[in-house]
Design a protein around this ligand. Structure first.
Ligand SMILES: Nc1ncnc2c1ncn2[C@@H]1O[C@H](COP(=O)(O)OP(=O)(O)OP(=O)(O)O)[C@@H](O)[C@H]1O
Length: 576
């Protein structure tokens, strides 16, 4: 956990001064019962008004200074803990952004969200408590024992017995609760995952009338979390009553034994009150210590989960030795040389021995049945994954020799399910290119065949897109996503089944516009619909991850049985 503290290095001053002010306040708090004892014994008992006023004023003054110290400490702890959380979140997001899709798939988005939010909140809380209480609480509990010994060593031994009993109980409770807190954190992950799936898949759930099933799953998961919490809470809840029992029993014994000492003149009334005060101070400080232990236990579980992300090395190794240079036009936009790929060592072969070249400025169509490996192939180009065997070249350079930034800025990719972000249409287009002017936005919208529906919107480019683009149709969303990819005029544009929601006419017009407007751009169109790829200079046919055809439409019709069957089945469907 402490390894994460270096993210708070900019707040050294606050981390050192905060506990110092809290310590000052604790010194005053520790001195007050002693002053109170003197006030009773020397002021009230002897009816010395001047002494009473002097002592009372001193005590009020100490309390006020103590209050100011507390406020300063709270201020420092807020600044340091919030700053620490922000820094940690930024660094963690940066780290996650270096992950390849392998690592992203392995962790899953639910746990990444929990770690970025709940876990970091827990660490922020731990730092705030470290500043506020870590010096104060032990100082007060130990200081109370010393003060008690200073007043009366015989009665102070009672403090040691109470302290011993408390530590015994605390140890017993902690040994039970600490492992349970770690389990609770895992259950929070599960709940987040179910929540995320239920909310993002709400339409599918409704379409299948599966609300009951979704609700049942949700209830089961939150019941599991609730019962894990209950188990911890049931055990932790014992701490306060047991502490009060110890405290009250000790006070009774103190009053009983102390009464004899007062009668025999060995102890004053003020001293007995001071002892009771110190006893309460000690046990209350110990309750704070036990709460601190709980907070740090939770924080250490959170730190483990955050560190797991920091310690994960991305399978994507970036060691660029070359950069993309278009001063001498490359011959090919893409070349796959005997490329094979597996998602995990244990999974089946997603691509086997794929080889093709896409000359600069030309179009490659990729087709095949569902699950044949089309999307997988496109994901190797921006290096979302690396090929297991073989090599891939982009603009005549092996992609592993290029900086990721060069690769990704030269490729525009429109995935199968395009994500639009909440914000205006302009905001979404500017994701593609930050400084795109309105004119550039309209040009991209025109090429992507969005003019008709965007023009019909009263706020045009300022129209708000709801989360996930829910206020647009599937086809409109796909075209907006294409416009976003076009706005940066990519050198290679990959449309991964992104024309599937368009009618034949719009699909054709869009492809013609792409050819006309993007003369410098090479194109990969992935589609099961052969009409979308049949005009391409080459078509790659995949089946079960294998390359079963490569050539022009007419050639494939003659030579590839699979392609011919695909074509015939689609023709029949269209005629039916
Ligand atoms: N993240 C993943 N982890 C493991 N296996 C995967 C993953 N993504 C895809 N696969 C597997 O890889 C194979 C190829 O999938 P891919 O998505 O590339 O097919 P596709 O041709 O694009 O299919 P579709 O036309 O249905 O989109 C399938 O067997 C699929 O189950």
């Amino acid at each position: 956990m402490f390894s994460l503290l270096h993210y708070a290095k900019d707040y050294r001053k606050e981390i050192l001064l905060g506990p110092f002010f809290k310590f000052l306040e604790a010194v005053f708090e520790l001195a007050l019962p002693l002053y109170m004892a003197r006030l009773i014994d020397l002021g009230i008992a002897k009816q010395d008004k001047a002494y009473i006023i002097k002592s009372a004023s001193l005590m009020i003054g100490m309390s006020l200074v103590g209050l100011i110290c507390v406020l300063i400490c709270q201020y420092y702890s807020s600044i340091a803990s919030q700053g620490f959380g922000t820094e940690l979140r930024e660094k963690l997001l940066k780290k996650i952004n270096t992950f390849s899709h392998h690592e992203l798939n392995k962790f899953g988005s639910a746990t990444l969200i929990t770690r970025m939010t709940a876990d970091i909140n827990q660490l922020q809380l731990a730092l705030a408590m470290l500043i506020r209480l870590v010096v104060r609480a032990p100082f007060l509990s130990i200081g109370s024992v010393f003060m008690a010994f200073y007043i009366n060593a015989q009665l102070a031994s009672l403090f040691l017995i109470a302290l011993f009993l408390f530590c015994l109980i605390l140890y017993f409770l902690m040994s039970k609760t600490i492992p349970l807190y770690q389990k609770v954190q895992g259950k929070v992950d599960n709940l987040n995952q179910v929540l995320q799936e239920s909310l993002s898949g709400v339409r599918v759930i409704r379409a299948f009338s599966q609300q009951r099933h979704g609700e049942k799953k949700m209830t089961e998961t939150s019941d599991e979390l609730a019962s894990a919490y209950k188990r911890v809470a049931n055990i932790s809840a014992l701490l306060n009553p047991i502490t009060l029992l110890i405290m009250n029993s000790a006070i009774i014994i103190l009053l009983y034994v102390g009464g004899f000492s007062v009668n025999s003149g060995n102890l004053t009334q003020g001293e007995i009150l001071a002892l009771i005060n110190y006893l309460m101070q000690m046990l209350l400080a110990l309750i704070v210590v036990s709460n601190l232990v709980i907070i740090f236990t939770k924080a250490s579980a959170s730190a483990k989960r955050v560190n797991e992300l920091f310690d994960t090395t991305s399978s994507l190794i970036e060691k660029p030795t070359e950069t993309l240079d278009f001063s001498i036009p490359p011959v090919n936009a893409v070349a796959f040389n005997n490329v094979s790929f597996k998602y995990t060592p244990d999974s089946g072969q997603a691509l086997t021995d794929i080889s093709f070249t896409l000359p600069l400025g030309q179009t490659l169509g990729v087709t095949g049945q569902t699950g044949s490996g089309k999307t997988t192939l496109t994901q190797l180009l921006p290096r979302f994954y690396d090929a297991t065997i073989g090599n891939i070249e982009l603009f005549d350079t092996p992609i592993k020799k290029l900086p990721l930034a060069d690769i990704r800025s030269s490729i525009g990719i429109v995935p199968q399910t395009s994500t639009l972000f909440s914000g205006t249409i302009r905001d979404n287009l500017q994701w593609g290119q930050e400084k795109a002017s309105d004119q550039e936005c309209w040009q991209a919208l025109k090429t992507a065949q969005c003019l008709d529906f965007v023009n019909a919107l009263p706020n045009k480019l300022d129209t708000m897109i709801l989360e996930g683009g829910k206020n647009f149709s599937g086809g409109q969303r796909q075209r907006l996503a294409i416009a976003r990819a076009l706005i940066r005029t990519p050198r290679l544009l990959i449309l991964d089944d992104s024309l599937s929601a368009l009618d034949y006419q719009t699909d054709l017009e869009l492809r013609l516009a792409l050819k006309e407007e993007l003369t410098q751009t090479s194109l990969i169109i992935v589609s099961q619909r052969l009409s979308s790829v049949q005009d391409a200079e080459q078509i790659l046919v995949l089946e079960d991850g294998k390359q079963v055809g490569l050539g022009k439409h007419e050639t494939l019709l003659k030579k590839s049985t699979i392609y011919r069957n695909l074509y015939n089945s689609q023709q029949e469907r269209e005629e039916a």
